[in-house]
Unconditional design. Structure first.
Length: 134
């Protein structure tokens, strides 16, 4: 069996737009005796400043799994992102910085991208994007 649930809320409050999202998934197999679940939450704010905007976001996610009652996965990831967007003539420029920290029980893995990496890593990234409109 499998269950999913999701909720996303944002509210425009003048130049500020706070947002919140929550999602959960759980699945289990009676014959395989495999159970898995993931819960995730995001909280953030977009602040407009003329034609510019700043975005701040915090996310957290927990993955758990067991096989016949023995835990096979127990991990938590948290992330923070900060972004700035501006428009100059026909060009739009966006710059962002993000960091993710993953922790969990010894020997367990994190599977957010199809690869099961060992637990206990940090990741940072910088994004730069430019778009033109005519």
């Amino acid at each position: 069996s499998a269950n999913t649930m999701g909720l996303g809320v944002s509210m425009a409050m003048g130049d500020m737009t706070p947002f919140f999202s929550y999602g959960s998934m759980a699945k289990s197999g009676t014959k395989s005796k495999l159970n898995a679940s993931e819960t995730a939450m995001g909280l953030g704010l977009t602040m407009k400043m003329g034609s510019d905007s700043v975005v701040v976001s915090y996310t957290t996610s927990t993955q758990k799994a067991d096989s016949d009652g023995t835990a096979t996965q127990n991990a938590t990831a948290t992330g923070i992102e900060l972004g700035y967007n501006t428009t100059v003539g026909a060009a739009t420029l966006g710059v962002g910085y993000g960091s993710t920290s993953v922790a969990g029980d010894d020997g367990h893995t994190w599977g957010d991208d199809g690869t099961d990496r060992a637990i206990g890593f940090n990741r940072t990234d910088i994004e730069v994007k430019m778009a033109f409109s005519f």
